[in-house]
Design a protein around this ligand. Structure first.
Ligand SMILES: [Zn+2]
Length: 75
């Protein structure tokens, strides 16, 4: 079962996409973290960005648990 994306908590837009980041070619990321592909939900409308996770499903769950006015969660 695929998780359904909730509308953007900041602007209410449903114009969202999953951004897949390939860390292996990103020289801005320290080498120890360059171990594969991460996914994050991004809002086309306001560029809000969810937490980066190692799977699309986790990225969606992180996005859905997000509330407006809070900073990006960090672990
Ligand atoms: Zn938005």
């Amino acid at each position: 079962m695929t998780e359904q994306l909730k509308p953007c908590p900041f602007c209410g837009s449903e114009d969202l996409f999953i951004d897949d980041i390939d860390y292996r070619f990103n020289e801005d990321i320290s080498e120890e973290h360059r171990d594969g592909i991460c996914s994050a939900v991004v809002c086309f409308n306001c560029n809000a960005r969810g937490s980066e996770k190692d799977s699309e499903n986790k990225a969606i769950l992180a996005w859905n648990s997000r509330k407006s006015g809070t900073n990006e969660e960090r672990q």
